[in-house]
Design a protein around this ligand. Structure first.
Ligand SMILES: Cc1cc2nc3c(=O)[nH]c(=O)nc-3n(C[C@H](O)[C@H](O)[C@H](O)COP(=O)(O)O)c2cc1C
Length: 250
């Protein structure tokens, strides 16, 4: 347990949270995975708001087992970014080949597949320069179990949504798992804490199109599995994608 007192050199303890740039429902429905960031630090005031929002998330019995290890520009942060960056490059290079990102429509530079590949490549190539790396952790109070993530992932999503609310962007990956042992040793993460995600955050670069998902009637059922709900229809202007397994796949 950390017992260091939380000093307040920033004076933030006397300041309210900043105003958000988007309404709640608008933010929820337009937040994209942001992988490219401006080369600028995230202000402490914004970071404070993000982790405050994250820690307002629900958890079983309100035990709040989530912990957020925030890595910006200190020596350990640089080492952690380098560790995750190297692992991410290996993982992406293997996926690029295994999932044939450069074949079929991927050979056309203008195709969505090629765009995704470029975005992923740049993300991993520049990983060391992400302004903020957050490692959300779950501090266990009982044996590991398959449902325990339910008490940490809502907080992760709150963090990403708060970033968006303040004009920042981020993305969640699981790349920490590739270097879990090394990160634990570097950052003094105790055995009772599980690293749950790798989140990067910064000011977005470039334009980001609309969120695309499958049509609502493929994702929402009523009464029984597979029966669409008549009220679950996409609002006007909804953009779709067929990404993911084909409909009806086992
Ligand atoms: C469990 C999980 C794992 C993910 N892993 C990766 C990853 O390894 N690399 C990456 O760039 N994005 C990763 N993402 C982000 C997803 O690719 C992204 O949320 C999804 O494609 C939707 O993107 P969009 O909201 O911009 O449409 C992951 C997201 C989740 C929830």
């Amino acid at each position: 347990m950390t017992t260091e007192p939380a000093a307040d050199p920033t004076g933030l303890a006397d300041r309210a949270l900043p105003r958000d740039v988007t309404g709640l429902l608008d933010g929820l429905t337009t937040t994209r995975a942001i992988r490219r960031y401006r080369d600028e630090p995230v202000a402490a005031e914004a970071l404070r708001a993000m982790v405050f929002a994250a820690t307002r998330a629900p958890s079983g019995s309100n035990r709040q087992p989530f912990r957020f290890l925030v890595l910006t520009d200190g020596p350990k942060a640089r080492e952690a970014k380098a560790l995750v960056g190297a692992a991410a490059r290996d993982a992406w290079n293997a996926k690029r080949v295994a999932d044939r990102y450069d074949e079929g429509s991927g050979a056309d530079a203008a195709s969505p597949k090629a765009r995704v590949a470029r975005s992923m490549q740049r993300y991993v190539d520049e990983f060391e320069r992400v302004p903020v790396l957050v490692l959300p952790c779950l501090e266990r109070y009982r044996d590991a179990n398959p449902l325990e993530g339910a008490s940490v992932y809502p907080a992760c999503q709150n963090l990403l949504l708060a970033a968006r609310a303040l004009g920042y962007g981020g993305v969640l990956t699981l790349w920490h798992a590739l270097v879990d042992r090394e990160l634990r040793a570097l950052l003094d993460i105790p055995d009772r804490a599980a690293i749950a995600a790798t989140i990067t955050i910064g000011r977005p670069v470039g334009r980001h199109g609309p969120v695309r998902r499958r049509p609502l009637d493929e994702l929402v059922f009523e009464e029984r599995w597979g029966r669409p709900a008549p009220w679950a229809v996409d609002p006007p202007g909804t953009r779709h994608t067929a990404a993911g397994p084909p409909r009806g796949a086992a």
